[in-house]
Design a protein around this ligand. Structure first.
Ligand code: PHE
Length: 538
């Protein structure tokens, strides 16, 4: 195109105001549209002036294009008539709707005529026999008239004219009118441009480069390039990167709630866990239904984590508490199998992380702790609009001497209040690893009902004592899902639109920051704004 531009500028300088865009396009062997594009860009740089020249040209209709291809209807009719002639009916069957137009045109041209001599109807024309024939003859408006050729040969001038139209040849005004009347062509308005020198006309337009390329450096062409100036007034461009997913934003806020309450985050990045840490260390019986492959994803490779990796005395104490109890418990009374505890799985709850942390805390020598995690867990579940096979759990725990159920209630009220949930109610529940256990319900003003928002409890001595946590040290803990509060905050009603392969990236890019209803935190204190009403856990 640069070469064409140079040619165009030369042509304009030689005969200003006389270069016509269409003629130039033809002489340069390019499309008219390409010259118009070039002209527009030259216009904006004030290189040229352009004056519109209106034109009208014929273009073929669909019907015209068909006859260009197959011949005019009259020519088709002529070609369809054999030496012995044919009836109108036969022609219609052969040519369809074309036959009528073709016949009348062909007759006007005297290419064909109706045979006046009475002919014997051929056997294939049953309509010409007897009464039925007579009856049909009235109805068929000359269907059985025999048409014969009158000319020896013909020249399909219409087809030639159509050809002249598409190849842009000049047509006689009468011919053009006839084609328009037959609706084989229509007039179409179009424009060309007469080009002249603009105020900044020159024979060469040097395009300033926007970027210094590797090529320019290696070839040394940068030396005689002109570079575009920086435009510091440009509006800029919004970056497409770095948008946080809603789950990450809500996680960041919940993390803030925990840290403001003095909690430290646990390292929760190991998704693969052994059954020992996910179940056995939590005093979850080996026959528990959650340990079935229908509920848990077990790993095929590596299928196990050898128990040798865990201090033998701890494993022995866990075995003993399962088999025969202790610490005021009778245990489960059956054999505890190592093979079961060695099975690898995708952790089903972040309580596995809490368990490892509590064991580490005991091993280092007990000190009070407030810990939390917000990370991914996996359950072998049927996926529906509220359930996924992987989701995120929020989990908090406090470990200290003499903690009571009253401390758990205060902690839950403080925590959930900071999430915007003020009205809480607790219901006794069962977890293998907590006693007592409480489900947490929150009243949704919006829905006018109590919604389950989490699960909690005090870890059992059967879990804590084998770790070596001293007598008198208790752990209060609770858990909830990250997805449900996020869905409520962002108004997402199908979990698959929040997480997984169906998530739309534009949802991630465009969503605003939704804040949890935040408050001073002490139960009974003044409430926060923008409440998160029906949150929940699983
Ligand atoms: N692990 C529990 C769950 O998966 C949550 C929970 C955590 C319950 C801590 C009690 C104590 O739902």
């Amino acid at each position: 195109m640069e070469e064409i531009e140079a040619r165009l500028l030369r042509a304009i300088s030689e005969t200003p105001q006389a270069v016509e865009s269409d003629a130039f396009a033809k002489s340069a062997g390019v499309e008219h549209g390409a010259v118009v594009g070039l002209m527009k860009s030259l216009l904006t740089s004030d290189f040229v002036t352009a004056e519109e020249v209106p034109h009208s040209r014929l273009v073929l209709t669909a019907e015209g294009r068909e006859y260009l291809d197959k011949g005019s209807p009259e020519a088709q009719v002529f070609a369809a008539i054999p030496a012995e002639g044919a009836t109108k009916g036969e022609l219609k069957r052969k040519l369809g709707a074309l036959a009528d137009v073709g016949l009348s045109q062909a007759m006007r041209q005297r290419w064909v005529a109706v045979d006046k001599a009475p002919a014997k109807a051929p056997a294939s024309e049953p309509a010409a026999h007897g009464n039925a024939g007579k009856k049909d003859k009235k109805k068929d408006k000359g269907e059985n008239d025999r048409i014969i050729r009158e000319a020896d040969g013909i020249v399909d001038e219409v087809q030639q004219q159509l050809h002249a139209v598409v190849s842009g040849q000049a047509l006689d005004a009468g011919v053009a009118e006839a084609l328009r009347k037959r609706k084989l062509a229509v007039a179409e308005a179009w424009k060309t441009y007469r080009l002249g020198c603009g105020p900044k006309f020159a024979l060469e337009r040097r395009r300033a480069a926007a970027d210094l390329t590797a090529d320019m450096i290696s070839k040394g062409t940068w030396r005689d390039k002109e570079f575009k100036q920086y435009n510091f007034d440009a509006l800029g461009r919004p970056p497409a990167c770095g948008a946080l997913h809603p789950l990450l934003k809500v996680r960041a806020q919940i993390r803030k709630v925990f840290t403001n309450m003095g909690f430290q985050e646990m390292p929760s990045n190991a998704f693969v866990e052994s059954s020992f840490w996910n179940f056995d260390a939590l005093f979850q019986p080996q026959q528990h239904p959650a340990r079935d492959a229908h509920d848990t994803f077990f790993l095929a490779r590596p299928a196990t984590t050898p128990l040798e990796r865990i201090p033998a005395d701890y494993v022995a104490r866990v075995r003993s508490v399962h088999e025969s109890g202790g610490f005021g418990s009778t245990g489960y009374g059956g054999p505890w199998r190592e093979a079961e505890a060695e099975k690898n799985l995708l952790r089903t709850h972040t309580t596995a992380v809490s368990t490892r942390m509590l064991y580490a805390l005991a091993a280092r020598g007990f000190r009070p702790a407030r810990l939390f995690s917000i990370d991914r867990v996996f359950r072998n579940e049927a996926v529906d609009r509220t359930h996924l096979a992987e989701f995120h759990q929020i989990e908090g725990l406090m470990c200290d001497e003499g903690l009571t159920l009253g401390n758990l209630v205060w902690t839950l009220q403080t925590f959930f209040k900071r999430l915007g949930l003020e009205k809480l109610r607790f219901k006794p529940a069962y977890n293998p690893y907590t006693e007592p256990s409480m489900e947490i319900f929150s009243y949704s003003e919006e829905l006018g009902k109590w919604m389950e928002v989490g699960n909690s409890g005090m870890f059992r001595p059967e879990m804590l004592r084998p770790m070596g946590l001293p007598e008198g040290v208790n752990v209060i803990a609770w858990g909830l899902s990250l997805e449900r509060p996020t869905m409520i905050l962002y108004g997402i009603d199908n979990i698959r639109d929040l997480f997984g392969h169906r998530v739309s990236l534009s949802m991630v890019k465009r969503n605003p920051i939704c804040r949890l209803g935040y408050s001073s935190g002490e139960p009974g204190g003044s409430g926060g704004e923008g409440e998160l009403t029906p949150a929940a856990s699983r």
